[in-house]
Design a protein around this ligand. Structure first.
Ligand code: PRX
Length: 567
């Protein structure tokens, strides 16, 4: 059984006050995630403890103690404040997984500004819509990503500063450009942290939906209460652990459990800013003696593909607890992990909007491979009927997942998008948009998404965003983007395109269109294939029926299309 008590015990006496008390937080008092992640840990006597072990390309390594994290985040906070950044301003972090990303996140929160992390592989179009929607005031980036920002800066009147952390002095700076060389400037020891409270906005993460532009998910400082406790109880992070979360902080896992969770617990965490290779990952675990590892099904499937023999070449006995998130974790992956690591991967389910783990296989609980587990204590979850939104009492019946609103890390709003936010609630339940069943022991079994959003390798891709990029090409008349099955990524993006008169759909055309959209989208959203078709299936009102195209890709029954035609 786990050192933190069994799942059933925790359910019985649960209240979020447990977390508040452990964090010495009392309702109505100040709460600042940046302070919790650095200053508080130093005040607990752990100033010299290692907070971050970072490894980049070519063996480049950096280690930071909690005192270093405190001072460097103060330094970034002071720097931003001196520029005139104020509480509530959106400051974007647009970097690879370098130390400045982690420190910058903590520093921004200390100023009371809102941290807006964006995946550094985004093309300029993806970047533009997210910065424009947020009205971002400053962006912190690396010289290699700065050109993408320069390209769109003139169209973003709110964007006052482009801050480069590794600027090449030989290159003249533009009017709005600034440099921030954290490693060659004096660090700020004392910084007056902005007094943030439970409902003060903290983080703005962008997520993709089926229709419309990506939505900015607004979180608040109070989210710490659930992020801290789930890190402790679900990921089972303890004081002496060496923790590795493989997610990029451009996405929610990389901030909730790659920054806030581990740092607020005072754990030591490792970050690897090198592309995926099974060998490099095992080497990393062995070298740093990683004990808790939080990863994703696509990575696990890639490791499986690399074979069992490779695992035996490394001493991975350090691993104590493994967890996974982002997409369905197939039972084969759980069984494989038990075989090669001697431990299963514990599946966890949540999303950008929920801010923290909602359903999971809790340490010590019986794992049913293929199931997402049970709701975290304090989370009321059910599956509801898709028409009445009433909870389905029978076990095994598929419905839509519903959560009773009110847990600390629930999103507070979609940025500038109240209507879409309100639409996420039905009959008093928050609807994450996923289908599941619940078995007779209360375990949730994921079935699929309830919309057209594509989950490729654990990353949500909006068909709308890809279709919009395609439509900007002069040859494209119409487009429909759906998923198709894939062994490793579970699903990948496929585009159907009709061309304008005079253009011919062939390999050359496909290449030209692919190159055209590559600059606009992130590599994750890129279609693996474009199929040229004479026309697309549509409803009578002219809406494209992606569902029909998708069913074909998955070899499924198309079903009754007459109702769809009526739209
Ligand atoms: O469809 C579910 C899927 O990923 C969605 C959330 O994606 P995102 O907001 O990008 O956050 C990802 C990391 C928290 C969910 O609505 N998903 C997430 N975890 C699982 C999952 N699908 C199946 N099993 C999971 N464990």
């Amino acid at each position: 059984m786990s050192h933190i008590g069994s799942y059933d015990e925790r359910l019985r006496d649960f209240s979020w006050e447990i977390s508040e008390k452990e964090l010495d937080y009392r309702p109505g008092k100040e709460i600042n995630i940046g302070w919790y992640c650095s200053d508080r840990i130093c005040l607990q006597g752990k100033a010299e403890k290692t907070a971050l072990i970072w490894e980049g390309l070519m063996g480049h390594e950096r280690k930071l103690t909690y005192d270093d994290l405190r001072k460097t985040s103060n330094t970034i906070g002071q720097y931003l404040r001196d520029l005139g950044i104020e509480a509530g301003d959106r400051v974007c972090l647009f970097m690879d997984k370098i130390p400045e990303l982690y420190i910058g996140f903590v520093g921004i929160l200390k100023t009371g500004a809102i941290a807006q992390p964006l995946f550094s592989a985004f093309g300029d179009e993806s970047l533009f819509v997210r910065l424009e929607n947020a009205g971002t005031r400053a962006i912190i980036t690396q010289k290699k990503h700065a050109p993408k920002v320069r390209k769109i800066m003139d169209k973003l009147p709110d964007l006052e500063y482009l801050i480069i952390v590794d600027h090449d002095p030989a290159r003249p700076l533009g009017a709005k450009e600034r440099t921030l060389d954290l490693w060659n400037m004096p660090w700020v020891d004392a910084f007056s942290i902005y007094p943030t409270f439970a409902e003060t906005p903290s983080v703005l993460h962008y997520t993709s939906g089926t229709t419309g532009q990506p939505k900015g998910v607004k979180h608040v400082h109070y989210s710490l209460i659930s992020q801290y406790l789930t890190t402790k109880w679900v990921l089972d992070v303890r004081d002496d652990d060496i923790y590795w979360c493989t997610a990029d902080p451009g996405w929610v896992t990389g901030t909730s459990y790659g920054i806030i969770g581990p740092f607020s617990m005072g754990a030591t965490q490792c970050v690897m800013d090198v592309g995926f290779s099974a060998e490099a990952w095992y080497k990393f675990i062995e070298k740093h003696r990683i004990t808790v590892w939080y990863s994703a099904p696509t990575a696990i499937r890639s490791l499986m593909k690399a074979g069992n023999e490779l695992v035996t070449r490394f001493d991975l006995s350090c691993l104590r607890h493994l967890a996974s998130v982002g997409e369905p974790l197939n039972s084969e992956a759980v069984i494989w992990s038990e075989k090669v690591f001697g431990k299963p991967f514990y599946d966890t389910y949540w999303q950008t909007e929920t801010g923290s783990i909602m359903i999971s296989n809790y340490p010590g609980m019986k794992i049913k491979p293929g199931s997402m587990g049970k709701p975290f204590p304090g989370i009321e979850a059910c599956v509801v009927d898709p028409k009445t939104f009433e909870p389905i009492p029978e076990s095994g019946k598929i419905g839509l997942i519903g959560f009773k609103p009110g847990w600390p890390s629930m999103m507070r709003m979609y940025w500038n998008n109240e209507t879409t936010y309100q639409n996420k609630f039905k009959n008093g339940w928050y609807m994450p948009g996923d289908r599941s069943s619940i078995d007779n022991e209360g375990y949730f079994w994921f079935v699929g998404r309830d919309d057209d959003v594509i989950n490729t390798g654990g990353h949500l891709v909006s068909p709308f965003e890809v279709e919009s990029a395609l439509l900007e090409n002069e040859m494209v008349a119409e487009s429909a983007v759906v998923s198709k099955p894939d062994d490793i990524n579970m699903e990948v993006v496929k585009a159907f395109v009709t061309l304008k008169p005079g253009f011919e759909g062939n390999k050359d055309t496909e290449l030209v269109i692919m190159n055209f959209i590559r600059k606009k989208l992130s590599p994750l959203a890129m279609p693996q294939e474009i199929e040229f078709v004479p026309n697309l299936p549509k409803t009578r009102s002219g809406k494209i029926m992606r569902r029909i195209l998708k069913a074909k890709e998955w070899g499924e029954e198309i079903g009754d299309t007459s109702t769809l035609e009526d739209d």
